[in-house]
Design a protein around this ligand. Structure first.
Ligand SMILES: Nc1ncnc2c1ncn2[C@@H]1O[C@H](COP(=O)(O)OP(=O)(O)OP(=O)(O)O)[C@@H](O)[C@H]1O
Ligand SMILES: [Mg+2]
Length: 496
């Protein structure tokens, strides 16, 4: 074979290599293939491929090897380790024509003992970073490898490293994808909770991580996003599941009453206290206390709640004694609690105690992929409940569901579907059954309104939908908070 034949041969081998290894996306199989091609092309008897691995004592792991049979595998690796270590450390190749007489390997008695005659070893490099090494040897032939082999193996090694890089990135993506899929599967573990959008899976991931640690969790999100549903499911999957889940709505009960509801009272504490009574916190002993609408908790009660969180004890109204309680506290709010803290309406220390972990539930309009899943499930349930034969949602109706802003989030969607199921006489829910446009138009576009009156109605309505949250109202209407505040002042809305 003359020089130019060898070159051509090398070139076509390299071409073949890129074609083959570029298509293999699984790192382990790729490395095996790389080794096989190299050995075949250079007619080596044995070979292995190493990858640097800082976690291993040796600094590398053997990713693939060939023709090292059982027993001599480890001794052969030991024999070659001096060569390999040199290549990994220097980033330079080693070529020996006669290892037995090569003075570089005098110290390595094992190479001699193994009767290794020819060795070639090249680093696998990305830029200047040594990622591993490819080692081939022969015990039969002296001078098996020459400068040509070295040139070939060097280029080949570079190509293989690029292919490996690709395969590893792909593998990482695949693992990440699998993780998301497992997330989707375990979403099914949370019975009755629907949603497979990325954002929703992230919520469930977080839920899964907090179920078994007794930390306080603050669940935030707009109205109807499922805060209570999530609180219940944290409890149901925790070690406290067999003990009570007690939900208290802090906005629904007047302050005085709420205190005795939460803390209980002693007989005679006030006129109607004709006997001792245990409060909801004690009632939740061993279980979970869910404080809904925590942002509405009156200031004196905020201080008392802080004591419960700090001291893990309660004092009934009119009592002198403190009683130990073991409750996990979950709280929910649709307000911006941090803003309330800034405005001096909510105790900062209590905020930090409650907000050890925050689970934020994204609004439905940000996870439209979940709309068809939710809509179909609500449809199925409503059809059973109301004994209707409705089976599906028309594509036009679904389109409308996908584009509706859903300020009332999942709860609004559920109501719209239930109403549609009841109204619909067909097997398929149509656009008009949803009554989405009509509701809006009929109560907003009454004739005879001035522009100002219309504006005011729109603001009032949106403010109501947002439960009085001005920031959200301004956002929804596409106006600045200052504009809104100015207007509300002008109309004297929000003042008592
Ligand atoms: N991901 C979901 N899968 C199934 N049902 C859901 C989901 N999210 C919410 N729902 C349903 O929507 C309704 C509203 O949920 P929930 O009461 O938990 O909301 P919320 O955030 O507490 O609302 P609010 O702030 O108004 O109290 C409930 O009937 C609940 O079962
Ligand atoms: Mg709620």
């Amino acid at each position: 074979m003359n020089m130019s034949d060898t070159r051509n041969d090398n070139f076509s081998a390299l071409y073949e290599v890129t074609q083959t290894i570029g298509a293999i996306l699984e790192p382990k199989r790729l490395l095996e293939q790389v080794l096989e091609i190299a050995m075949k092309h250079l007619d080596a008897e044995r070979g292995f491929l190493l990858l640097t691995d800082p976690l291993k004592e040796a600094g590398f792991t053997v990713a693939a090897f060939r023709n090292f049979s059982g027993d001599d595998q480890s001794s052969a690796l030991a024999a070659s380790s001096s060569v390999v270590k040199k290549v990994l450390a220097s980033g330079e190749s080693v070529l020996t024509v006669d290892a037995a007489t090569d003075e570089r390997f005098e110290a390595s008695r094992s190479i001699v003992a193994q009767r290794i005659l020819s060795i070639i070893c090249v680093p696998l490099k990305v830029q200047d970073l040594v990622r591993g090494a490819l080692y081939l040897d022969s015990a039969k032939t002296r001078g098996k490898f020459n400068d040509d082999s070295l040139q070939f193996l060097t280029v080949f090694g570079n190509l293989a490293t690029i292919a490996l890089d690709n395969a590893q990135s792909y593998e990482r993506l695949r693992v990440e994808n699998d993780r998301l899929r497992v997330g989707a599967e375990s979403a099914i573990l949370f019975e009755g909770i629907i949603g497979q959008s990325k954002d929703w899976i992230a919520v469930l991931d977080l839920v899964r991580r907090v179920v078994d640690v007794d930390v306080s969790v603050l669940i935030t999100g707009e109205t109807g996003t499922g805060k209570e549903l999530i609180a219940r499911s944290i409890h149901a999957h925790s070690g406290r599941a067999s003990k009570p889940f007690v939900a208290v709505n802090c906005s629904a009960i007047p302050e005085q009453l709420l205190e005795s509801e939460l803390f209980g009272y002693r007989k005679g504490a006030f006129t109607s206290a004709t006997s001792d009574r245990i409060g909801l916190i004690e009632h939740a002993h061993g279980g979970t206390l869910f404080l809904d609408e925590i942002g509405q908790l009156a200031q004196p009660l905020q201080s008392k709640l802080l004591r419960v969180l700090q001291e893990r004890e309660v004092r009934r109204v009119g009592d002198v004694e403190n009683r130990k309680v073991d409750v996990r506290i979950l709280a929910a709010t649709n307000r911006d609690l941090q803003e309330e803290v800034r405005n001096g309406l909510f105790r900062e220390d209590l905020f930090f105690r409650l907000n050890v972990v925050e689970i934020h539930l994204p609004p439905l309009r940000q996870r439209t992929e979940d709309i068809p899943l939710l809509a179909n499930e609500f449809l199925r349930k409503a059809a059973t409940n109301y004994k209707r034969t409705v089976k599906s949602i028309s594509p036009q109706a679904m389109q409308l569901l996908l584009t509706h802003p859903w300020h009332g989030n999942v709860r609004e969607l559920q109501n719209v579907i239930e109403r549609a199921v009841v109204l619909c006489g067909e097997e398929e829910v149509r656009e008009q059954d949803l009554q989405l446009q009509r509701v809006r138009e009929s109560d907003l576009l009454e004739s005879g309104l001035t522009l100002e009156e219309f504006e005011r109605r729109l603001v009032e309505r949106t403010l109501k939908e947002m439960k009085g949250n001005r920031t959200q109202t301004a956002e929804t209407l596409g106006v600045s908070l200052r504009w809104l505040q100015y207007r509300l002042k002008e109309w004297e809305i929000g003042k008592e």
